[in-house]
Design a protein around this ligand. Sequence first.
Ligand SMILES: Cc1cc2nc3c(=O)[nH]c(=O)nc-3n(C[C@H](O)[C@H](O)[C@H](O)COP(=O)(O)O)c2cc1C
Length: 202
Amino acid sequence: MQIAIIVGSHRKDSQSAKVARFLADQLTSLGEHSCWICDLGKDPLPLWDEEIGSDAPQWSGLEALTEKIDAADAFIMIAPEWHGMVPAALKNFFLVCGGASFAHKPALPVGVSVGPGGTYPINELRTSSYKNNRLCYLPEHLIVRNCMVVMNEDASENDEGEHSYISERSLYCMKQLIAYADALAQVRASGAADLTPYPNGM
Ligand SMILES: Cc1cc2nc3c(=O)[nH]c(=O)nc-3n(C[C@H](O)[C@H](O)[C@H](O)COP(=O)(O)O)c2cc1C
């Protein structure tokens, strides 16, 4: 199974990217899954403009990006909480990559906060990032609070109690994501989710 992990931070070396690497390791420990981490801090996308879809140089990489999204069976959308919001890079990602590539595929929303936050981006993703692309957010989500002291490669930087709780919780989410990816492949194959009559959501 191919899982795309989208890192929504603008920072080149973000905590959200660290969370992505940790979740990718958990997924690969569960079976023969391949993970692609799309880090919008390291590889920022141009802001959507009206030349999208043309040969304009700023959009030369779009076809390759779309192919990778098409190939994904499931997504993890990681949004750090920035001023109580989803960072603009992730909102722009949905504008740039919108369309059939996401349709009727499962996605786990993940919020990240240096403190006790991380809820607002979950709420925002669930409210406003699925209408036209028909991405299916799981009922389960993950909030990585106090992110500096969990999921670190160097175990000595972790708070044992918090790290152990969030690792178990994230493993639970990874198993669900895989199960939903299997289930939703049947929905896509059934033809009932054909986008031709209604390319956009209501
Ligand atoms: C512009 C900006 C705004 C932020 N606003 C919030 C916030 O509203 N709530 C919060 O819990 N953390 C906030 N943070 C801190 C992030 O939780 C922290 O940077 C954390 O490491 C996750 O972000 P990262 O993935 O970019 O590293 C903010 C950080 C930045 C750079």
